[in-house]
Ligand binder design. Sequence first.
Ligand code: PGA
Length: 261
Amino acid sequence: MNKAVRKSLIVANWKMNLNTHQASLLLHKLSEKVISHTDTQVVLCPNIMTLQPLSLQVNHRQFKLGAQNFYWRDEGAYTGEVSATMLRGLVDYVLVGHSERRNVFGEHDRDIRHKVQAAYRNGLKPILCVGETAHEKAENETHHVLHDQVVSGLLNITSGEVEDLTIAYEPVWAIGSGEAVQPADLRDAVKSIRKQIHALYGEKASKKVRVLYGGSVNSQNCESFLAVEGVDGLLVGGASLKVDEFASIVEKAHNSRKQKG
Ligand code: PGA
């Protein structure tokens, strides 16, 4: 695997936490603690309301911004929604298909594929989240689930577009549970995802796509995931709200990147 072409990516998913003042304070503290490295991109995903003020405050060379959610149509009578068109210029990345969107808000494969397309249409980089539930894991269905979520999420996406894609492998049972994946299982899952991209789009795309791990990541366990072949970074929920934890994760990602070469 040619690592050199892929920058590491550490994504902070703040979820529905922090009001504008608290988010601004966290950003301020992170900007003092998190050291920028050219080989490691850090992306912050605050709630939609705080994106605008944070985009004025943030040092764009230190952090990129991402949106946690959006609706896939560009405009129209969709009360309460925000479109990718409206996020243009404000964020570089968008999360798509997070398991909380799938499971709590009932998003289906069709919505997710429309969102991936809307992201590309509006010049935003999608981070497509995939992963099996505890039940699917128990039934040995992980590879089928990953296959189906990748194939369906990327319908009508070109190989050129896929080169800008990030896939986050987030087993549903690992999110917020304190129980993270075993490195050997992570290696199998990442291999399976890249194999799928290879089958759909060929070798170049399969080497360019970035694959992250997410689910109960903290500063103590992050190195074990980052050491796995084919893993390019992390999607961090709870631990991204703690300044020292998150700064330490970013630093360890940079060091592991140097070791992997
Ligand atoms: P967690 O969340 O790190 O709190 O498990 C990860 C995520 O949902 O992206």
